[in-house]
Write a protein that binds this ligand. Structure first.
Ligand code: GTR
Length: 402
């Protein structure tokens, strides 16, 4: 006879074996073979839910754009709450002679209240002292270590090459995602979501990526009040998970004049239906706190999704959009990212915005700069580097005619 304790132990071992097996199958089952990409049909970006084809920008703005925003909110990123009671900007530090005198450093605490709750977003901002007029600004949604955006500049990192941006005549800013939603499945509710507890009970409720995008908009609220900033030239930048948030922020909030999404991959710029590299089921399993509950319905069921990521990119139109990959970062599906960008062209065409994207992805390290839709596939690993930033500056210079 097997005792109850032994039975429980055996059951536990069996369960552990099964989960390890499922995990190893799912890891092994990520596809990196172009020949195994399934045949798929992308949902039509210009076909409304009422089956009408959008032929001009008026219908795009009135009908299709709002439809797509709702579809993304309900099925992918969750709702974007817009209301709050109060917002206050407190300049905690103001140093006119930072970076050896070439920049003004401002550290600003942005506090947002709703009912009796509040959240604080800490902004680091360098303004170029040489600027004769309000400066355009790049805002990084920092999903990596806070040291990457060290205001003291003891730590310098190519993830946020602040000196290089200032030397190019731009202001550079950053906030850390943990202020808006800590990046873990337990604590993500302890930031912006404190203001919106009702979101937690909804299947289309905002989670971490939505909260990061929400915070980017609160920083935008601040930029509108800072006389050193040209609020019509605020560019949102994000890498990887931060790149997913940057796209959602730019799609939602049209005050962002340009969007830069670096190696954002699955549920960022890459098409979901290709199931190449990271998939929806994989991302929802590893990061259950990023997207709304409804998104889990599309685990291994991509074709049922009423949107794909080219539609998210289309929501940035007509504003300039720059998307990147890294050649060794197959997890983020470089080909699927490029195709997604290419499939956003019809919406840009409604605005007569020229794109020079070729049918096939450009060669590695051959950036497409002189285009409303910009792109590069940098040689190397998944990262945000000086090469990437250098091209962001070139792309911005081109569009600002600098
Ligand atoms: C990975 C995740 C990606 C991407 C990346 C990152 O683990 O699967 O979707 O977000 O992390 O943020 O660096």
């Amino acid at each position: 006879m097997i005792g109850d304790n032994n039975k429980a132990r055996m059951k536990r071992s069996l369960m552990i074996c099964c989960s390890l097996f499922i995990l190893s199958v799912s890891v092994r089952s990520q596809n990196y073979d172009e020949l195994k990409v399934p045949v798929y049909t992308l949902p039509e970006v210009l076909k409304t839910s009422g089956d009408k084809t959008v032929a001009d920008k008026a219908d795009w703005e009135k009908i299709r754009r709002p439809q797509l925003l709702t579809l993304f909110a309900d099925n992918v990123y969750g709702q974007m709450p817009k209301e709050f009671d109060n917002i206050k900007f407190t300049v905690k530090k103001d140093d006119a002679r930072a970076m050896g005198g070439k920049a003004r450093l401002k550290e600003v605490e942005i506090t947002v209240w709703k009912a009796d709750k509040s959240v604080k977003i800490n902004l680091v901002l360098f303004l170029p002292n040489e600027a004769k007029k309000p400066a355009p600004v790049f805002l990084l949604i920092n999903n990596r270590d806070k040291n990457n955006t060290d205001p003291g500049r003891t730590e310098k990192n190519e993830f946020w090459p602040a000196e290089m941006l200032v030397d190019s005549g731009y202001a550079i800013a950053a906030f850390h995602v943990s202020d808006a939603a800590p990046d873990d499945k337990i604590n993500y509710i302890t930031g912006a979501l404190l203001l919106y507890p009702e979101q937690l009970t909804r299947d289309n409720g905002m989670k971490a990526i939505g909260a990061w995008a929400w915070a980017a908009s609160r920083v935008m609220d601040y930029f509108e009040k800072d006389k050193g900033i040209d609020a019509k030239k605020v560019f949102v930048v994000g890498h990887s998970r931060g790149g997913k948030a940057a796209l959602w922020a730019g799609a939602q909030d049209q005050r962002f004049a340009m969007v830069f999404s670096n190696c954002s991959g699955n549920t960022g710029a890459a098409l979901a239906r290709r199931k190449y590299g990271e998939t929806i089921s994989r991302i929802n399993t590893s990061f259950p706190h990023w997207f709304c509950n409804n998104y889990k319905k599309y685990n291994d069921n991509e074709s049922a999704l009423p949107v794909d990521q080219h539609m998210l990119l289309s929501l940035i139109a007509p504003r300039p959009l720059y998307v990147t990959n890294a050649s060794k970062d197959l997890w983020a599906d470089p080909t699927g990212t490029y195709l997604s960008l290419k499939n956003a062209e019809p919406v840009y065409a409604l605005y007569k915005k020229p794109s020079v994207l070729t049918a096939e992805p450009p060669a590695i390290n051959s950036p497409v700069i002189y285009s409303t839709l910009g792109y590069h596939n940098r040689e190397g690993e998944h990262n945000l580097t000086v090469y990437d930033w250098g091209n962001f500056v070139r792309f911005a210079n081109y569009h600002l005619k600098r």
